[in-house]
Design a protein around this ligand. Structure first.
Ligand code: SF4
Ligand code: FE
Length: 488
C-alpha cells in the first residue's frame, strides 16, 4: 500500500469540513488560509520525508499490527531502536522546518493509550484494547494525522474537576447512551489540531473516584458535529497576513506549531471509538506515559531548531565580517555544546527504554523529564547567545516596504549592507529568521510545551530515589543505616 505523501496529505485536508475560527472569522480552507497554510506545510514534511530514500528508515516502519509499511508517526514503539529512530527523525524534521511539525502529539497519545488500554482490559475484562487496535489500523492504513488532546482549561485551579462550578472546564461525559457517549468541554493549546484528521481525547490529570466522568479516552473525527476550534495568534502573524515574505522570517513554515482551542459541545462518540470510560485509576499513568514520551521528543525537535539557529547566526557573522572573532567562535561553540548536550538526554531516555505489559516500549521517565527540563534552559541560552551575536539589528530592522520604497530603499540598502557581494536582502532575511526563532511565541512554546518546568521538577524529585541516595551517604560516612533524625 502506498503511503500518503505531502501533497496527498494537503489534498486530504480539503475534503474535511472542520469548524475553525481565526480573528473572529471562519476559516474555510486551512491549506490556503494565510494563518494556517504554513503549519500545514510543516506537518506535510512528516509525510514528504517518508518518500525520500535517505530518510525512509527513520520516517517509515513496519506495522506490528498488519505487517504493512506505515509512517513512523502512526507506530507503536516495539523496541529501543524504535524509540531512538523517533528521536533521530524529529531532529531531522526540526532542522528542515525550523518549527514544530505537530504530528508527535498524536503519535505519543497513540503509544500511551495503546499500553494503558491493554492494562485496563487485563484488569477489568473490558474490550478497549481490541477497539483501539482497530482504530489504529485505520489510522496507519490511511496515514492520518492525529491531534493528541490532553490539556483541559481547568477553571479554578484550586478545585479538582468534580468541584468546578462549571463542569465544562474539564472534558467529561455528559450523557451515556447504548451506542456511545455525549461529551462536553474543551482542550487548550492543541498543536496541529486544525490540520489533523482525528482527535485522540485523553484526560489531563490523575483522577479520583468522584471524577469518573472525566476519565474518558476516545477518538473523534476533526469535523464531527459539535467540534469547534479557535486558532491562536502567533508573533508576526500580521506579517504573514500581508505576505511580507522577507519580514516573516520563515515564509514556508510557522513560528511554532499552530495551536487552537478545541471545544466539544455535545459531541457524540460511538462505542467503538471509546478506549476508556470511567476507569479513573488509569488516568494518571496514561497522562504520565504521554508526557514522558513527549518530553523525550523535545530534546530532539528543539535540537533541530537550535541547529538552524546556530547556522543562522554563524552565517550572519560571516556576512558581517565578524566570523573570525574569537568571542563569536566561543559563543557558537557554546551553542553547539548545549544543543548536543540536550540531544544526548533524548537519546539516553530512549536507550534506557523498557517494555510495558502490552509490548509497547516506554522511554525512561526520569531521563525524559530531565531532558525537557534542560530544554527550558538550554534552548533559552542558545537563543540568548544567538541574540547576543546577531545584535540589536534584529529588533530594529526596517520593513520590506522601506527596502522596496522609491524614497528610502537606497538608504536601507546602503546602511544595512555587510561584506561585499552579499545582497542586503539576504542579510535582512537571515536577521528575520533569527528574530522569528528567538521571539516570544517560539520561546514560550519551548518553555511550556510537553508540560511546564515545574511539572518536570515534581517528577524528578519523586523519581529521584532520595532514600537510596541517603543510604549511600550514610554507608560511606560510617553512620548506622537505622539512624534517623528525631521527629519533633
Ligand atoms: Fe513534535 Fe516538538 Fe512539535 Fe511537540 S513541539 S509536536 S515534539 S515538533
Ligand atoms: Fe510542542
Amino acid at each position: 500500500m502506498k503511503l500518503k505523501n505531502g501533497a496527498e496529505y494537503i489534498e486530504s485536508l480539503r475534503h474535511l469540513k472542520p469548524v475553525i475560527y481565526y480573528k473572529g472569522k471562519r476559516i474555510k480552507d486551512v491549506t490556503r488560509h494565510s494563518a494556517t497554510a504554513a503549519h500545514v506545510r510543516a506537518a506535510a514534511m512528516t509525510y514528504a520525508l517518508a518518500g525520500k530514500e535517505k530518510y525512509k528508515d527513520l520516517a517509515t516502519t513496519t506495522s506490528h499490527l498488519t505487517g504493512r509499511t506505515i509512517s513512523r508517526f502512526t507506530h507503536v514503539h516495539q523496541n529501543i531502536e524504535d524509540l531512538i529512530k523517533k528521536i533521530k527523525l524529529l531532529r531531522v524534521l526540526g532542522q528542515k522546518t525550523g518549527t514544530c511539525f505537530q504530528r508527535c502529539v498524536g503519535f505519543d497519545g497513540i503509544n500511551a493509550v495503546y499500553s494503558v488500554a491493554y492494562e485496563i482490559d487485563r484488569k477489568l475484562g473490558t474490550e478497549y484494547f481490541e477497539r483501539f487496535k482497530k482504530w489504529l489500523t485505520y489510522i496507519q492504513d490511511e496515514n492520518l494525522m492525529v491531534v493528541g488532546a490532553m490539556t483541559d482549561p481547568k477553571g479554578d485551579r484550586s478545585k479538582p474537576p468534580a468541584d468546578q462550578p462549571d463542569p465544562d472546564q474539564y472534558v467529561h461525559v455528559d450523557e451515556r447512551r447504548d451506542d456511545g457517549v455525549v461529551s462536553r468541554g474543551a482542550k487548550l493549546h492543541m498543536t496541529g489540531a486544525v490540520n489533523s484528521h482525528e482527535i485522540l481525547v485523553m484526560p489531563t490529570t490523575a483522577l479520583d473516584e468522584r471524577s469518573k466522568d472525566n476519565a474518558i479516552v476516545c477518538a473523534i473525527p476533526i469535523d464531527a458535529p459539535g467540534v469547534t476550534m479557535i486558532f491562536g495568534r502567533q508573533a508576526g502573524d500580521d506579517r504573514r497576513d500581508k505576505l511580507e515574505r522577507i519580514d516573516v522570517g520563515k515564509p514556508r513554515f510557522g513560528v511554532v506549531g499552530g495551536e487552537a482551542v478545541l471545544v466539544f459541545e455535545d459531541v457524540f462518540v460511538a462505542n467503538d471509538r471509546i478506549f476508556m470510560d470511567g476507569e479513573n485509576d488509569f488516568a494518571g499513568s496514561l497522562v504520565y506515559r504521554f508526557a514522558a514520551h513527549h518530553r523525550a521528543n523535545y530534546g530532539a525537535c528543539k535540537t533541530g531548531l537550535m541547529d538552524v539557529l546556530t547556522g543562522a547566526v554563524s552565517y550572519l557573522a560571516q556576512i558581517q565580517g565578524a566570523a573570525g572573532g574569537s568571542h563569536i567562535r566561543d559563543k557558537v561553540t557554546e551553542m553547539i555544546h548545549l544543543s548536543e548536550t540536550l540531544y544526548s538526554s533524548s537519546i539516553a531516555c530512549s536507550a534506557e527504554g523498557t517494555p510495558t505489559p502490552s509490548g509497547a516500549y516506554m522511554v525512561d521517565t526520569m531521563l525524559a523529564n530531565v531532558c525537557k527540563q534542560n530544554v527550558t534552559r538550554f534552548h533559552f541560552e542558545v537563543a540568548r547567545l544567538a541574540t547576543d551575536i546577531a545584535g540589536g539589528f534584529i529588533a530594529t530592522l526596517p520593513s520590506e516596504y522601506d527596502l522596496e520604497s522609491e524614497d528610502v530603499g537606497h538608504l536601507v540598502r546602503k546602511y544595512f549592507s555587510g561584506v561585499a557581494g552579499i545582497p542586503v536582502k539576504e542579510r535582512i532575511k537571515i536577521g528575520r529568521l533569527i528574530e522569528a526563532m528567538t521571539g516570544g511565541t517560539a520561546m514560550v512554546e519551548s518553555m511550556h510545551g510537553a508540560g511546564s518546568p515545574q511539572a518536570q521538577r515534581i517528577m524528578i524529585f519523586r523519581e529521584g530515589k532520595l532514600a537510596e541516595k541517603v543510604k549511600l551517604a550514610k554507608a560511606l560516612a560510617g553512620i548506622p543505616q537505622k539512624r534517623q533524625p528525631q521527629k519533633e
